[in-house]
Design a protein. Structure first.
Length: 704
């Protein structure tokens, strides 16, 4: 006869008055974790008691029930009810739904308490995201959801955003196919098709970092911190139908503007409207661009205008603003963080004061008729209007002094950005180098070498201007060579001090540390110079010796030309190979003498725009191996060209690595010293270029 399985009997339930319940000492939970008692009490007040409490009769010494019940499982719910009773939001005798256990059975109270706490399955995060999403669809607002679950509105927005990711990716996340950090990265772009494309692109890689996913999803966008976006304004962009991608999980500097053509159109329209206002001033010409390359005003004469003094009302307004600024700063002098409203007002006051920093300039009307204006967007997104530049063809002939010497430096302002010739040359798209075959590194493209050496020339000018002793030596050397060896090549120092025009340059040249230092130094000397040209000689005579040497170094520095240019291979009047070699050798000599360094002094770093995006994959990997090591190169050797260049930029950012045209060959004395000390050259240190490599570099300009 078969044995009959014993039927399971479930414990009965019963409503027990709260004042008949006591917390058992057998409850295994001792450490606070999870939702606080306060939040649980608020949840019970809103939704009622969702889960019953487990209770057992309390027996007296003789084994009889006392009418009281202990709670071995459900202690946090008991404490939450106790809090509500103390707050008089519940009556002491309120009936509490309980599951009754046996006080004399074989199951210990500790076992019940432990089982209740460890057998509950935690909710998968995706279920929570979807639940929030469903509540939103059924009419609950984000504030209401946040209030119901005692969390911030920003957390609700994050979880709703996670629920809006492509369903295909959510299914992968549900199966633990991707991490929460990776899922958060996909939230930066709402395009489900693009999200799935990116996942397909990275899923096979051993490294699927969230930052890489974010970068791929925003690669065709413009940062909200970009000067074009700041110039137009996010509100105007959004009003025109533009979409701003935001990252709710990391700081995103305002997000990314997705519609780049729309942004470009808005920039052009705003600039066009501002130009219409300037046209009424009577200028002969107005040139407009988002940005002009470094040296745009080379060869142009800048008019000397008269500052327009503030009116009494404007001065009163400025005084009031300064008073308010001083008051706010004194009141919050020791505050770690300003309140939002105070911080906003402080920004408004500072902006209003800044508007008075550059008062308008009045020009002579007859000069305006032959001069022009450059209109562009400054690096901080503000409008940049540079008035009063006269082209040579519109200017009167140069006056000659008593000796018949032409004034050659009049009006050169090194602080302004690129020439018309430069703009024409840079207007086209750069052609990326084709990949090397069989891993052989081909010579660098001619244009890239010219751009890199333009960086070096500008930085070398700045270094020479800061070293009067070397400047004097260079000048004296050049004068001696001209007197005793007139047939010798000119070298890199053009003592006529005719500033070099960078016909080929990268678009970042005008924003370099060297360009800004040169511009600041130029403006400082210009402010000190007498307005009357006839008074300049006496002014120079009156300068002390250090000032005279500093001014001399400043002026001589403009004569430096270390750009690697195309040579004339047919014996024509152009630059010869010998002349180029001599120029570059003298540039190295000046760099050694000034202690000049392209990384430490000029702040040059390899980026996608200035190098890595312009060379082949073979060269990118070679650069990373040399600058960051073999291990770093293996991290990116499987990537596509564009991705590899972006990753290499980060790997090389702090390495100090330089491409060949920017390296300074080690002086023979340094090599001898290192050999004597038994030291080897370290990775990333300037090195002696082998003769074969030097020969390739010399002839690079003749071959693409």
């Amino acid at each position: 006869m078969a044995n009959t399985a014993q039927k399971i009997i479930l414990s009965s339930s019963r409503d027990i008055p709260f004042n008949k319940l006591v917390l058992a000492q057998t409850n295994v939970r001792r450490i606070k974790a999870g939702v606080s008692i306060d939040d649980l009490a608020a949840s019970i007040a809103r939704r009622g008691l969702i889960q019953s409490i487990h209770a057992r009769p309390v027996l007296d010494a003789d084994g009889y029930e006392t009418g009281m019940f202990e709670v071995p499982a459900g202690g946090r719910r008991y404490r939450a009810l106790e809090m509500l009773v103390k707050q008089k939001r519940l009556a002491k005798t309120v009936p509490v739904p309980c599951i009754l256990g046996s006080a004399t059975g074989d199951i210990l109270a500790e076992e019940v308490s432990l089982a209740e706490n460890i057998e509950r399955a935690p909710l998968h995060a995706l279920d929570q995201f979807r639940a929030f999403h469903n509540m939103r669809l059924k009419g609950m607002g984000e504030d209401e959801i946040a209030s119901a679950f005692f969390i911030s509105v920003s957390v609700v927005k994050q979880r709703l955003k996670l629920a809006s990711v492509s369903p295909a990716l959510l299914d992968i996340y549900a199966e633990d196919g991707m991490t929460l950090a990776q899922l958060e990265a996909f939230c930066v772009n709402d395009n489900h098709a693009r999200q799935e494309q990116v996942w397909e692109a990275v899923r096979g890689n051993w490294s699927k970092e969230p930052y890489q996913i974010r970068r791929m999803l925003t690669e065709n966008t413009v940062r909200a911190s970009d000067k074009r976006a700041v110039f137009v304004g996010l509100d105007a962009y959004a009003a025109a139908g533009g979409i701003v991608l935001r990252d709710l999980f990391q700081s995103d500097d305002g997000g990314w503007l997705q519609d780049v053509p729309l942004l470009e159109r808005l920039v052009a329209e705003k600039l066009r409207g501002l130009v219409d206002e300037i046209t009424n001033e009577g200028w002969k010409w107005i040139e407009v661009a988002v940005s002009f390359p470094y040296g745009s005003t080379n060869g142009l004469r800048q008019l000397e205008g008269t500052l327009v003094e503030l009116t009494q009302e404007e001065q009163a307004t400025l005084d009031t603003l300064h008073t308010e600024l001083d008051k706010v700063q004194s009141e919050h002098e020791y505050a770690d963080e300003l309140p939002d409203d105070v911080d906003q007002r402080l920004g408004e006051v500072e902006a209003a004061i800044a508007a008075f920093k550059y008062p308008p300039v009045r020009f002579d009307q007859s000069e305006i008729a032959r001069a022009g204006v450059f209109v562009s967007v400054d690096s901080d997104g503000s409008l940049l209007i540079e008035r009063g530049y006269v082209k040579p063809e519109d200017d009167a002939p140069f006056a000659e002094d008593d000796e018949g010497v032409e004034a050659e430096m009049d009006g050169n302002n090194p602080g302004d950005p690129g020439s018309a010739v430069s703009r024409a040359a840079i207007g086209g798209n750069l052609v990326e180098a084709e990949d090397d075959e069989d891993g052989v590194i081909k010579p660098l493209p001619e244009r890239l070498i010219a751009e890199l050496t333009a960086h070096r020339t500008l930085a070398l000018q700045d270094a020479l201007a800061n070293n009067p002793h070397v400047a004097m030596t260079a000048l004296l050397h050049r004068l001696v060579m001209e007197r005793y060896h007139p047939s010798a090549a000119a070298g890199c120092l053009e003592v006529t001090v005719r500033q070099h025009h960078y016909a080929i340059q990268g678009m970042d040249l005008k924003n370099t540390r060297s360009a800004k230092a040169i511009a600041e130094r130029y403006d400082a000397w210009k402010a000190d110079l007498p307005k009357d040209e006839n008074a300049i000689w006496d002014w120079i005579v009156a300068l002390d010796e250090p000032s005279r040497m500093a001014l001399l170094a400043h002026c001589i520095s403009y004569g430096v030309n270390a750009v690697c240019e195309r040579v004339d291979r047919y014996g024509g009047p152009g630059l010869s190979q010998h002349g180029l070699d001599y120029r570059l050798a003298q540039a190295d000599r000046l760099a050694h003498a000034t202690g000049f360094d392209m990384v430490a002094d000029a702040g040059w770093r390899p980026t996608v725009d200035n190098y890595l995006g312009r060379v082949t994959k073979t060269r990118i990997l070679a650069a990373v191996r040399e600058g960051a090591g073999d291990h770093a190169a293996t991290l990116i050797d499987h990537l596509k060209k564009s991705e590899m260049a972006r990753e290499a930029e980060g790997l090389l950012a702090a390495s100090g690595w330089l491409p060949e045209p920017l390296r300074l060959p080690v002086a023979e004395s340094d090599v001898a010293q290192k050999a004597e000390n038994g030291c080897e050259m370290e990775l990333g240190e300037d090195r002696e270029i082998p003769e074969t490599e030097a020969e390739n570099l010399r002839h690079t300009l003749a071959a693409e």
